[in-house]
Design a protein around this ligand. Sequence first.
Ligand code: ATP
Length: 144
Amino acid sequence: MATIKLEIVSPDRVVYEADIGMLIVRSTGGELGILPHHAPLVTGLLPHALRVRFGADRDEQLIAVAGGFMEVTPEKISVLATAAEQPIDIDINRAKEAYARAKKRIAQFHQSTEAAKDIDVERAELALRRAIARLNATHTAYDE
Ligand code: ATP
């Protein structure tokens, strides 16, 4: 079966490297499935759990990506992430706390109080998406 190289780098390390069968990502333009020999492409990535497949079976390896860019050539996929973690490296409690903090800020923003004016809701929404990406990568349930 044809494979394509995948390299995921964060600012401080190589997070993941493998020859894979398919990568499924959430790009700024929507969900994309990248197979070997894909046409060259550069796109932004949203915070999400990207999905790596190796063969025809549906087994997937999940990797949390906080955001960044992806460059595809026919032979290689390079993900340059602002932060990325394999499930084993994810601190679930930290992600749950980040999730709760972001949810609280977003709820406060929607109450028309004095304190709401100081809340950067876009920042909170992104923090929430990063926390959800980490929880999804570890198959941890959360209340939407
Ligand atoms: P927090 O509010 O918990 O810091 P965050 O979403 O703001 O979360 P990031 O800015 O995306 O964190 O990442 C900062 C660094 O911390 C990165 O190196 C990232 O890999 C790491 N990191 C963040 N959350 C977790 C987690 N739950 N488990 C493991 N590493 C994490």
